[in-house]
Design a binder for this molecule. Structure first.
Ligand code: EPU
Length: 322
């Protein structure tokens, strides 16, 4: 993906100085005034006061204890694949679980215990190679495992909740505990996990033929390449698929993409952001785009779909700050 030449507004000096002092004191690797555009798939948006990459669970716990005590806003960054950072940036510490200690993978019979920082696309292929079925439906979804669990990532072929047995989380005060799948409260692209950090997940899979699993992964990837603008900068689907009200003039079960398409918005553009002509639920960004352009395109799509069909679209993309 091409790097974009967009000026990044710096985070506020106070926030950056406070974050720098804390992170230095705790000995946590970090970068001050980190341009988040480079860390998201949209490639737009401002800077974080700091990006912190703790190197142990203890460091992460200490960081959360201090940020909660000092009321410093904290944000957990996965792979930035479903994230829109506003142009003014993030007034706090963004934490990324990119250290190898958060990227572990352990097989226990038909289960895999996976760290939150593990790459989902790699996990899908690893599971197929190990002859473990259940994750093929996640092929082609860019995510960290932690992000995928928190958002219950999935698509037309299934979602991650179908395989989750247990989720290990860290509370705002740095305490670690396990949630059962029921406690995690999975529903469509949503969980009820209130703790800020997903640390690890245990996935219960079923034995399968590695060759057949790899074929299924390939099929799903091919479907996505055919129907989605995979080569462009985007955050995947911008909106969740809605429940269509009975009195709506929209076709029954119409997806968000279909509704935006029927509203004639394919190719609709503001600044450097566009409703993809390939799949209308994707907003893509070009050189020079800003986060405001993306938000304006999404707001326009929401308004037109509401006017035409009486359907309120809900964003799937996470916006920072909310
Ligand atoms: N359609 C249109 N016009 C469009 C796009 C789609 O008419 O511009 C029609 C299609 O022809 C099809 C129907 O809408 O009849 C559904 O489209 P598709 O099969 O592409 O599925 P989707 O519901 O739009 C979901 C997930 C995707 C996932 C795909 C495939 C949601 C919101 N989206 O898309 O997930 O990749 O299934 O598994 O659940 C994402 O989460 O970021 C994402 C892209």
């Amino acid at each position: 993906m091409p790097a974009m030449d967009v000026a990044t507004p710096p985070a506020s000096k106070d926030a950056a100085a406070q974050a720098a002092t804390l992170l230095r004191e705790l000995g946590i690797p970090h970068q001050i005034n980190f341009p988040l555009a480079s860390a998201t798939w949209y490639k737009v948006g401002g800077a974080a006061a700091a990006l912190a990459t703790p190197t142990s669970i203890e460091q992460l716990a200490a960081l959360l204890q201090h940020t909660s005590r000092q009321a410093i806003p904290t944000f957990i960054l996965g792979s930035g694949a479903n994230l829109l950072v506003r142009d003014e940036g993030v007034p706090g510490i963004v934490i990324q679980l990119s250290d190898p200690c958060f990227k572990t993978l352990t097989q226990k019979g038909d289960s895999l215990v996976v760290g939150a920082g593990y790459d989902l696309a790699k996990l899908v292929l690893d599971a197929a190679k190990l002859g473990l079925a259940g994750l093929e439906c996640l092929a082609g979804i860019p995510a960290s495992v932690g992000g995928a669990v928190r958002m219950n990532a999935g698509g037309a072929f299934g979602d991650i909740s179908q395989s989750v047995h247990r989720v290990r989380v860290m509370s705002i005060k740095g305490f670690v505990h396990n949630l059962t799948a029921v406690e995690a409260g999975f529903s469509y692209r949503r969980t009820r996990i209130v703790e800020p950090v997903v640390l690890e997940v245990e996935l219960r899979l079923t034995p399968g033929d590695p060759e057949a699993l790899r074929e299924r992964v390939k099929e799903i990837m091919a479907y996505k390449k055919r129907t989605q603008p995979m080569a462009e900068n985007s955050a995947g689907c911008a909106f969740k698929n809605p429940v269509i009200p009975q009195d709506s003039s929209a076709p029954a079960n119409a997806s968000a993409g279909r509704l935006i398409d029927l509203a004639g918005l394919k190719g609709f553009r503001i600044g450097g952001a566009e409703v993809s002509p390939v799949h209308a639920n994707f907003v893509t960004t070009q050189q020079g785009a800003t986060a405001s352009d993306v938000l304006a395109v999404m707001q326009h799509a929401e308004q037109i779909v509401l006017e035409k069909f009486g359907v309120r679209l809900e964003r799937e993309v996470v916006v920072w700050p909310a």
